[in-house]
Each structure stands twice: as structure tokens, then as C-alpha cells.
Ligand binder design. Sequence first.
Ligand code: EPZ
Length: 419
Amino acid sequence: MTNTKLYIEGGRKISGEIRVHGAKNSALPILAATLLNPSVSVIENCPALSDVYASCRILSSLGCRCRRVGDAVEIDASDLSGCEISEQMMRQMRSSIVFLGAILGRLRRCRLSFPGGCELGPRPIDIHISGLTKLGARIIEDHGVLDCALPETVSGAVINLPLPSVGATENIMLAAVIGSGETVIQNAAREPEIVDLSGYLNACGAKIAGAGTSTVVITGVKALHGAKYRVMPDRIVAATYMGAAAVTGGELILRDVRAQDMHSTISVFEQAGCSVYPYNDRIFISAKKPLNAIKTLRTAPYPGFPTDCQPIVMALLTRAKGASVIVENIFENRFRAAPELRRLGADIKAEGRVAVIEGGKRLSGAAVVATDLRAGAALVLAGLSADGTTTVSNVHYIDRGYEQLESALTGLGARVRRG
Ligand code: EPZ
């Protein structure tokens, strides 16, 4: 991975208007889901991200023909050549685990290497495994390889998730859509990306009800057909752009965004002192007033405040006078932006799942390192507000979830270049 850097000149206000691209965390499961039908699907508003290209490489390795056509990706899954995902591909992107349910749903057989942990923690898949086993899957772990088989027809099951895992909910949906029985997922994840996946699958002829609630009911069907589907806007990228306006005291209009997916995030920006006005497919945000500290901010499964926005808000709280407390309830190790933000002069103490930010002091530019996707984005935001130049390395993490973040921000008045 070439170690490209972003060079950020701080102190410039963000202002203007920007379109929010399609959601990575919806595009990835939907791309996996195209395996379920032996025909062509066209996934529109599919973001140009390295994780999306990694998914297309996995699809191609399984025998699909993938090609980008403008803002869409066209996948022909008519003839699959294999049911195995290589270790190298699995290591490239741990969210490839969502291919397990899709490959089982189509081929009833799948071999893939255990997805490694990632920067956020061990990322276990026990809930995926137990859910698929309840569906009748036989899953053998052998030296880091998962060898899985699903009976010819899945006759349905009632599966209660110990916690509303997004990936496990998606994997069970993908494995259950083709079959004869009814599968009920209780305590299912309610994220909008689950609703988007169900929208695509139902467009392909699946029968899924309740996506977006805690109880998802899948009535098995004989087969699926291809479909054209438009991916929802990325609510985390939208929050990141809002964060750029907040940390620079600017104002911004976001286009092609769905405010109804972002209530908890919008209310956090309002608590921090921003004025936020959603209207139709736009959001206007203004941060002309000094930011307020937030006494206690807790991350939670949807519709609670999303863990993916936590590093973004941590960056903007460095500017808010007073003490803010963040409690990270989803991932074990998601304060990795903190030590890098301290290099910019932020006063942040992180211990276990609690971080305390003493905000209000101006940050000053320094060389910092992105450790994961959203921590990297948080460092870019902090660089926008710091005096002087900040360099952020390991930009490949940021490219996983943001389409050319530097040109997006430059178009809004920032000075960011890649080198
Ligand atoms: C999805 O990850 C997202 N990734 C993550 O976004 C997001 O942070 C996360 O959901 C929570 O919203 C994609 O959609 C590709 P989980 P996922 O299963 O599915 C534990 C980003 O920045 N757990 O809901 O892996 C797990 O360890 C990424 O875009 C188990 O214990 O999240 C975590 O603590 C980062 N056993 C919690 O549940 C399991 O079998 C939530 O994980 C599965 C999960």
C-alpha cells in the first residue's frame, strides 16, 4: 500500500454545497446479494470506494462478470465457477463475511477463511455462525477456514440474536431468502442499510417483511431474478461533511441525503450548538456559534447514535469549550483517533469504553496517522480546524469509505491535497 498522505492547511471555513455519495455499508451487502440470482443486476449510486472494488474482485473470483457503468455497477451472476473466497481476499476486507450468506443461499456450499479481526477489535462472528446453524447450515472450522454447507431447501427457523448485529442480520437474510419455509429474525439490527438490502432482495422477488424493525420475517421463495436498484445515501459520509462545517465554524448544504436516517446524529450536532435544517433530500447546517461540550454521548445500535460517527464527533468536541464524555458501547477499541488527536494538541483521556474530551483549546497542525476508516476521517476534520499544516498518513483507510475526500473538501473551501 503506497503510503500516500493528505496535507491539510487548517483554519479555512467550509462553505457551499455537496452531494452525498451512495452508502458503503449498503452497497457491500447488496453487491454480495447479487450472487443470489443467476442473471444480471444493476446497482446504481454505487460509490467508487476501495471496499466496493474489493467486493467486485470477490464477485469476479466466483465467476461473476462485473463492470462499472457510470455511477452504477452491473453484475452478471449467471454462471458461478466456485464457492470459495481466498484468505488474501478475506483479509483485505473483513466485511467480506457477508458473502458467506449469499454464497450459501445460491450454491448451498461455501469455503472462506475466518475474517481477521480489524482495527476496531476482534470482530467475532459467533452470532453469524449460530444464526446460520439454526437455519440448518453445517459449519466446520478447520485451521482458520470455515467450511459451510446448507441443505438443499431451507425450511425456516426462528432465530433470536443475542445482540442486534448488522452483519449477522444480513447474513441470515441472504441465506434464508431462497427456501421453502419462514425464517424469523428476532432482535434484528434495524439500520437503514438493512432496509436497503431488503429493498434490493424484494426487487429480485424475495419476500422479506419487517426490515428496519427488530423482527424480520423472510418467506422462502424458489428462485430470484435480477433487478436494478439504487443504493441509499451514506449517512456516515453525510455526518462527516457536517463535521467539517462544525469544526471550521462554516455552513454547508448536503444534497441527495436522507435526514430520516440521521435523527440521532442530527440531534447530536444540535446539542453541540449547530443549527441543522433538513428539507426534502437536503440538509442545511450552520456552525456560526461556538460549539458546546456534550455531557455524555453514548453510541448504540440504530436508531441510537451510530458508533461510526463517534470519532467524527470526538474531533468536533475538541473545539467545544468544557468537558465532554463519550461512551462507546459497540466496539472494544474505537478510540484510536484519541492519541493522534492529542498530537494535534487535543486534551482527550480514553480509558476502556469511556473518553473524556476537554475542549476549547486551538489545535495546531502535526503529522498524524490514520488507524482505521472513521478515525482517519476524524483526523482530517481536526486538521481542518487546526492552525498550520496537518499531514494524515495511511490514507488507504480513508479511501475505503470516502470518495476522494480531499477533492470533496477542497470544493468546499478547504485546502487539502494528496501527495
Ligand atoms: C457494521 O459492521 C458496519 N460495517 C460497521 O461500519 C458498523 O460500525 C457496525 O455495523 C455497527 O453499526 C458494514 O456494514 C460493512 P455488528 P458489523 O455485527 O456488521 C459484535 C464502518 O466504519 N458482534 O453490528 O461487523 C461486534 O464485535 C464500519 O463503515 C459479535 O460479538 O457490526 C461489535 O462489538 C466499521 N458477534 C457489535 O457486535 C458477532 O457474530 C456490533 O457488530 C457479530 C458482531
